[in-house]
Design a protein around this ligand. Structure first.
Ligand SMILES: Cc1ncc(COP(=O)(O)OP(=O)(O)O)c(N)n1
Ligand SMILES: Cc1nc(C(=O)O)sc1CCOP(=O)(O)O
Ligand SMILES: [Mg+2]
Length: 339
């Protein structure tokens, strides 16, 4: 291959990487409003552009004749379903682009410069790990579907009613249906939640969560280990059920975004219900755990105020919502009980 083509590859990748960093910089600046991350990204972008320069870079630029353009225009694999995918996709793009720069600099004998880009790639990994995509405020009612506890409403109907009632986080939980049926319901709920700006979390099925580009996955103590789920799910929100302080501490150190705390009260909704210290455990979590927590288990209009008194901020509810004649009225009643 003609040496000049290596310069062309390096030039294309410097542009590609800088553009990817710019997308993240904009998210950090205008959506997350985090000045530290914005500054780190800006510095990374400048270093990407300045760490190698050669007159041949611009001289051999040929964007219009780049055969990759038509390939890229025809692909749909990189369509981004949500902001979390956008962030993950751009970090991937940056890391792969820098890797390509490193390799081609080495071929041309620029070993020192290649090492500089290697350092920048590791900075990008670090920035990805710490990217403050705290998209959700875990506060108020966290609605969980449960059509088996409803009278004639499907999970989709329940999700629609929850959205109309102003619930901002909805979890899809379904224990009876086939994978395919669950997938179809989740597809519909994903569309509805995207339109409404509601956070959508899938219980148990990581494959479905990924397939419908949900915002998050909720796992229990017997599901895949959290670290493995993080490897597969990237930036997706990961919630973990916990029933005692050791599980809560482990979830934090393994990188959970929030924990479920329960059961607070007894409930017939879950088979093989775990034991926990209930309200006492919740109090411990409120005092000792830094990430958001979601209380769950037997929460109803008549006891939600008590849960709040013991440190509850976010309240996950299944049967009290699914069994309500009107979810909108039930949510209003729950809010008044919390006042
Ligand atoms: C918010 C929240 N907390 C806890 C659970 C329970 O999840 P898990 O332990 O996986 O049990 P199942 O719900 O799958 O029966 C939850 N779903 N949501
Ligand atoms: C699904 C679930 N998980 C729990 C836990 O303690 O982890 S309690 C529970 C059941 C919650 O349903 P309801 O609001 O109908 O009681
Ligand atoms: Mg589960």
């Amino acid at each position: 291959m003609c040496k000049l083509n290596y310069y062309r590859i390096i030039d294309a990748n410097i542009n590609r990487v800088a553009e990817g960093v710019r997308v993240l910089e904009d998210i950090s600046r205008f959506i997350i409003e985090n000045p530290d991350t914005t500054n780190s990204l800006r510095e990374l972008r400048h270093r990407i552009r300045k760490s190698f320069s050669h007159p041949r870079l611009a001289n051999y630029r040929n964007a219009a004749g780049d055969i990759g353009l038509s390939v890229s225009a025809a692909t749909t694999w990189d369509n981004k379903g949500n902001i979390s995918d956008l962030v993950t996709g751009n970090f991937k793009r940056i890391q792969e682009g820098i890797r390509s720069i490193e390799e081609h600099l080495k071929i041309l004998g620029y070993n020192q410069q290649s090492k500089v880009y290697e350092t920048l790639r590791f900075s990008a990994y670090q920035l990805e790990k710490n990217f403050p995509l705290k998209r959700v405020v875990f506060d108020g009612i966290y609605g969980i579907t449960g059509e088996t506890f409803a009278t004639g409403k499907t999970n989709v109907d329940l999700a629609k009613e929850m959205i109309a009632a102003g619930i901002t986080v909805i979890q899809y939980r379904e224990k009876e249906k086939s994978k395919l049926e669950k997938y179809h319901q989740c597809q519909t709920i994903r569309r509805l939640t995207l339109e409404a700006g509601t956070t959508f979390i899938v219980n148990d099925d990581l494959d479905i969560a990924l397939a419908v580009t949900a915002d998050g996955i909720h796992i229990g103590q017997d599901d895949l280990p959290l670290k493995k789920v993080r490897q597969i799910a990237g930036n997706m929100i990961i919630g973990v059920s916990t029933h005692n302080p050791d599980q809560a501490k482990a979830a934090v150190s393994d990188g959970a975004d929030y924990i479920g705390v329960g059961p607070i009260f007894s409930t017939n909704t879950k088979k093989n219900l775990e034991k926990s210290g209930g309200l006492k455990y919740l109090e411990w979590v409120a005092e000792n755990i830094s990430i958001p927590h979601v209380a769950i288990g037997g929460i109803k209009e008549e006891n939600i105020a008590q849960v709040k008194k013991h440190g509850g901020k976010c309240f996950a509810i299944i049967s009290e919502l699914a069994g309500a004649h009107s979810i909108e009225q039930k949510v209003a009643a729950l809010h008044s009980a919390l006042e």
